[in-house]
Design a protein around this ligand. Structure first.
Ligand SMILES: *Cc1c(COP(=O)(O)O)cnc(C)c1O
Length: 301
């Protein structure tokens, strides 16, 4: 069932010469257009946490993220829209200036708490670090990136918002693995789910999937070599790819997630990974606000 309040998602066909030559269709589901702030996959991953807060009368969402986190700003806006308060626990202390992302979070009423990288990393095993910020009677805790079975259950609804299609492959960028977990839950048996990790060392994806998809053993195909040096790292060819894609199709991508996914698809089409007749459904998971951290003029959009 489509989630309430989520419009039907536009699916765009890319006119790519290599795809034409290989008799392959490349579709892009524009989840970035569903909401400019609660962008892409984030509305879906948050859905059941927000529902739990509203159903139980809890007043606040407490969550975690870095200074440029799409998840933090999405949570801040989604909470404001529902009349919930929000708290963001931010990785890293002593920034010289506050990122555009954190400024947006505050503008939606999110209360920010900064913790050292060491404390942030230790939080999952040392919950006492967040206890002073957390009130079990009032708060719903959302792990970083919605990494929890509830997050995956929400992400599973993404495919319900796409109009009828005959995709043979469904592709998404992967950070925490929550979204790809949801896609594995929802994809038809004949559809191959493909993950493009944007981190260099996402070696534990199978364990991550087992955590958020308990009892489900399906695994994605992983295109592992498109992280461009690691999380939020990039090389000039990635930026050139983004500008060329925009010039040819009008599609904006973000350098942290969706550009790496689109680059991976293009490269794998060229290398012949996809059999003749494939219909590739790429998911544009949004995140365009992240591009504001690039030097001005880097991108043509
Ligand atoms: C958060 C995010 C992802 C990663 O989703 P996970 O569920 O953490 O794997 C992918 N794309 C964009 C644009 C994102 O903001």
């Amino acid at each position: 069932m489509p989630l309430a309040g989520v419009p039907e998602i536009l699916v765009q066909q890319l006119d790519d010469p290599v795809c034409r030559e290989r008799n392959t269709s490349w579709l892009l589901a524009r989840f970035d257009q569903a909401d400019p702030v609660v962008s892409g996959n984030k509305k879906f991953k948050l859905h059941y946490f927000l529902e739990e807060a509203l159903a139980s009368g809890k007043k606040r969402i407490v969550t975690f993220g870095g200074a440029y986190s799409n998840h933090l700003v999405a949570t801040a806006k989604a909470c404001r829209d529902l009349g919930l308060r929000s708290v963001g626990i931010v990785r890293g202390k002593g920034f010289a200036h506050e990122s555009h992302t954190l400024v947006s979070c505050r503008s939606y009423g999110m209360e920010l708490h900064f913790v050292t990288r060491e404390d942030y990393a230790a939080m999952s095993s040392h919950p006492e670090i967040i206890i002073p910020l957390f009130d079990a009677d009032q708060d719903v805790l959302v792990p970083e990136g919605g990494f929890h079975p509830l997050g995956a259950a929400g992400a599973a609804h993404m495919l319900d918002s796409i109009p009828f299609h005959n995709a043979t492959h469904i592709v998404c960028a992967t950070g925490t693995g929550t979204t790809v977990a949801g896609l594995l839950r929802a994809a038809k048996p004949a559809q191959q789910v493909i993950s493009v990790p944007v981190l260099k060392s996402l070696y534990d994806l199978p364990e991550r999937l087992a955590t958020v998809n308990p009892g489900i053993e399906k695994l994605p195909v992983v295109f592992n070599q498109y992280h461009f040096g690691g999380y939020a790292k990039y090389h000039v060819p990635l930026l050139q790819f983004m500008n060329t894609l925009y010039k040819n199709t009008g599609i904006p991508t973000d350098f942290v997630y969706t550009a790496k996914m689109m680059y991976a698809i293009k490269d794998q089409v060229i290398q012949g990974y996809f059999p003749e007749g494939s219909v590739i459904m790429a998911l544009h998971t949004g995140g365009l606000q992240g591009n504001l951290s690039l030097p001005p003029g880097t991108l043509i959009f």
